[in-house]
Design a protein around this ligand. Structure first.
Ligand code: AMP
Length: 473
């Protein structure tokens, strides 16, 4: 079999110039000067070198300028921040503090949004500040006394500071939820509800994400007034500029395969995603010991360290970043050439967000996903969501190791499957991993638990109503 090497060598993916002509991303007929934005905002856009609006910008900005509520869905890396940020810069009154509230799921994303809007607004008088955990409340409170017009924050801290009476929401005329599907999922929902219910009813509301499932859209609409729904993602949720492949691998070989890829392919700047924080630490240690220049980020790390890592990523100073899903949404670093899903995410939406860290703003990128024999259905779910087949990438010069005696197979959700040589091959990926290996291995099938030998390959949907403490992010 011929080994496929989609892109090889340092910088192959990241140094492509932005393709302003790419009709999958950019408006071909519209200029920024046709969107109703004032001159001081247009100057900021020119300074950042944006030549043409992206599709989401071309449609969302005029609707927002007309005062409409909007629910916007666009592919990752196609300029959603400026799509909601530019109308805010145009419509906020610089003399009124805390007029716009933007909520984001992570501190890193909140900082990034604040930075981009500040840059775009450099020729006007509208000011931006952040409110989020990881910094002392006192420090934030005294900064807020300066009266920033736009506050970008994470829900917990925004609510906390309001409850302490450090500000009120009475002046808020604009609310934005970035990554709205994440913001309205169970972890944040109550804070969001409280915050939005505290904002004036006649405000303008903008919700955006790359993925918005039907259920979430229904819920989102309860916070909006007759929103205009704008979808620019077209037939597939992922951009064509990201080349996606999966690599079939035995679970015990994953570390070795990752090391092999990093040393043989020499990707320019790679983010490796893991499901668990402990895997992030384990991999960072393993690769570090093998001489790879590796950094790590997850939610248990100190904020100062997290900030430094993101800063280095954005400045193109990292080679390999091992990350939890903390870094899967929104983070914009133009030099990311490769994303590797070391652990396939259980939630297919997360796949879209993770691989969206590459191939941004018209650049090229590469996404590789490790798929073990128990994960065939997860891969299928992802393919169904993104509406495209992810081809297999063969890697014949990687020699798989023998199964360690102590190895215990785990399902994607962490359940140990009772298995046996007679276990059925349940999907096309099982055979792809290792034709000699049954879909689930070692040990007899427990016929009391799995009558008829029908061993499940995927977890049942969420159990315990989400009350089991999660190890993720
Ligand atoms: P976002 O999806 O908002 O994170 O944006 C992705 C990247 O595209 C960021 O680096 C933006 O600065 C950049 N960007 C946003 N709008 C444009 C545009 N119209 N032209 C070129 N780059 C853009």
């Amino acid at each position: 079999m011929k080994k496929e090497r989609p892109h090889r060598g340092k910088g192959s993916a990241s140094q492509q110039p932005p393709a302003h002509a790419d009709p999958e991303i950019f408006e071909s007929d519209l200029g920024f000067d046709q969107l109703g934005l004032p001159e001081h905002v247009l100057r900021g856009i020119r300074d950042l070198g944006f030549e043409k609006p992206t599709l989401i910008q071309g449609r969302l900005i005029p609707a927002a300028m007309a005062g409409r509520d909007v629910l916007g869905q666009a592919k990752t890396g196609t300029g959603k921040t400026a799509a909601f940020g530019l109308p805010l810069l145009a419509r906020c009154d610089p003399s009124v503090p805390f007029q716009a509230l933007i909520l984001a799921p992570t501190r890193e994303l909140a900082v990034q949004i604040a930075d981009e809007i500040t840059e775009l607004g450099r020729h006007g008088r509208v000011t931006v500040d952040t409110v989020m955990g990881g910094e002392r409340i006192k420090t934030q409170a005294s900064r807020l006394k300066k009266g920033a017009n736009i506050i970008v924050g994470t829900p917990g801290r925004v609510m906390d500071m309001a409850q302490r009476g450090l500000y009120h929401f009475d002046n808020v005329r604009f609310t934005v939820l970035d990554e709205v599907d994440r913001m309205l999922d169970i972890g944040f929902r109550e804070d969001i509800r409280k915050i939005l219910n505290n904002c004036p009813k006649d405000r303008q509301t903008m919700f955006v994400s790359a993925t918005i499932a039907g259920e979430i859209e229904k819920l989102a609409r309860t916070f909006m007034r007759d929103p205009e729904k704008i979808v620019t993602s077209g037939a597939s949720l992922t951009v064509n500029l990201v080349e996606q492949h999966y690599l079939a691998v035995n679970p015990w070989d994953k570390k070795k395969l990752l090391l092999h890829l990093l040393t043989h392919e020499e990707p320019a700047m790679t983010i490796v995603f893991c499901r668990l924080k402990k895997n992030v630490d384990m991999l960072a240690k393993y690769l570090g010991e093998k001489g790879i220049d590796v950094h790590a980020i997850h939610g248990d790390m100190r904020q100062g360290k997290r900030n430094r890592v993101i800063q280095q990523l954005r400045e193109g100073e990292l080679t390999v970043l091992i990350a939890s899903d903390l870094a899967s949404r929104g983070i914009d670093a133009e030099g990311v050439s490769h994303v590797i899903n070391y652990d396939l995410p259980e939630d297919p939406d997360l796949y879209v967000h993770r691989i969206g860290r590459t191939a941004r703003a018209g650049r090229r990128g590469i996404a590789w996903s490790f798929v073990t024999s128990a994960q065939g259905n997860l891969l299928t779910n992802i393919e169904e969501l993104i509406n495209r087949e992810i081809p297999k990438m063969d890697y014949p010069d990687f020699i798989p190791g023998p199964r360690p005696e102590s190895w215990r197979d785990e399902s994607p959700g962490g359940i140990v499957f009772p298995t046996g040589p007679e276990a059925p091959k349940v999907n096309r990926y099982d055979a792809a991993v290792n034709p000699d290996m049954p879909a689930v291995a070692a040990g007899p099938i427990d016929s009391a638990r799995f009558p008829g030998g029908n061993v499940p390959t995927r977890m049942p949907p969420k159990r315990m109503m989400g009350r089991i403490p999660s190890n993720r992010r």
